[in-house]
Design a protein around this ligand. Structure first.
Ligand SMILES: Cc1ncc(COP(=O)(O)OP(=O)(O)O)c(N)n1
Ligand SMILES: Cc1ncsc1CCOP(=O)(O)O
Ligand SMILES: [Mg+2]
Length: 211
C-alpha cells in the first residue's frame, strides 16, 4: 500500500450521466492517467451510481500504480478491500474509523470528512485517521448542497493537527492559494480537473504547491 502524500493535488473522479451516457471505464482511466501526468499526487474513485464498481476500481488501481500514486475509494470499505486499493475516504454516513482500520490494516490510508468541525477532526486524528478533509470552501457544482466551511477552521486545524489537511469544494487554480496559506496541505478537486482537459487542468494547479 502506498503512503498518503503530504502536499499536492488530490483529484477525485467525475462520473455523471445516466447509465447509458456514462463514460466507459477506459475513458475514465484515460482521464485519471492525464490528471496524474498533469501532477495529481493522489486519486479518489468516487461514483455515487456505479454499474461495475469492482472492475472500474481495479482498472483505476492499475492506472495509479503505474505511476506509484495511491488510489482511494470513496465510501466503500469492502470495495477498497476487494480491489486492494490504498485506502478509503469516510464521510459522516460511512463506516466507523476503528472498524475500518481493523478491516483494512495499519498501512491503509483512511481519510475522514470533517466539514467545518474541529471536534470531528480531533476525534478522527485520535482514532487513527490518515488525513482529514474540510469543506466545501467555495460553491461546488459537483456537490451543490455541501455545507460551507470557514478559512478560520483551516487555520485552527493547522495549529493543532499532526496529520495532513485536505481542503475541498469549488477549488480552482485562482482560489486554491488562499486555502494553502490558511493551512491546507492538499487541494481536493473534481470539476476543476475533470471538466476540461485533465492534464492541462492539473498542470495549472502545480504552481500553487511550489515554494
Ligand atoms: C477528499 C474528500 N473530502 C471530502 C469528501 C466528501 O465526503 P462525504 O462527505 O462522505 O461526501 P461524498 O463524497 O461521499 O458525497 C470526499 N469524498 N473526499
Ligand atoms: C465531494 C464534495 N464534498 C464537498 S464539496 C465536494 C465536491 C467537490 O467537487 P468540485 O471540486 O467540483 O467542487
Ligand atoms: Mg461519503
Amino acid at each position: 500500500m502506498k503512503p498518503f502524500p503530504s502536499r499536492g493535488l488530490y483529484a477525485i473522479t467525475q462520473i455523471q450521466g445516466s447509465q447509458t451516457e456514462r463514460p466507459s471505464i477506459e475513458s475514465l482511466c484515460e482521464a485519471v492517467d492525464a490528471a496524474i501526468r498533469g501532477g495529481a499526487v493522489v486519486i479518489q474513485y468516487r461514483d455515487k451510481n456505479p454499474t461495475d464498481a469492482p472492475f472500474a476500481a481495479r482498472e483505476l488501481v492499475k492506472t495509479c500504480h503505474q505511476y506509484n500514486i495511491p488510489l482511494i475509494i470513496n465510501d466503500d470499505v469492502e470495495l477498497a478491500a476487494l480491489v486492494n486499493a490504498d485506502g478509503v475516504h469516510l464521510g459522516k454516513d460511512d463506516n466507523e474509523i476503528a472498524a475500518t482500520r481493523k478491516r483494512l490494516g495499519n498501512a491503509a490510508i483512511i481519510g475522514v470528512s470533517c466539514y467545518n468541525s474541529m471536534e470531528r477532526a480531533l476525534a478522527a486524528q485520535s482514532l487513527g485517521a490518515s488525513y482529514v478533509a474540510f469543506g466545501r470552501f467555495f460553491p461546488s457544482s459537483s456537490k451543490p448542497l455541501a455545507a460551507p466551511a470557514d478559512m478560520e477552521t483551516l487555520r485552527k486545524a493547522k495549529s493543532v493537527l499532526q496529520i495532513p489537511i485536505v481542503a475541498i469544494g469549488g477549488i480552482l487554480p485562482e482560489n486554491g492559494g488562499q486555502l494553502l496559506a490558511a493551512g491546507a496541505d492538499l487541494l481536493a478537486v473534481i470539476g476543476g480537473v475533470f471538466n476540461q482537459n485533465p492534464e492541462l487542468a492539473a498542470l495549472a494547479y502545480q504552481p500553487l504547491f511550489k515554494g
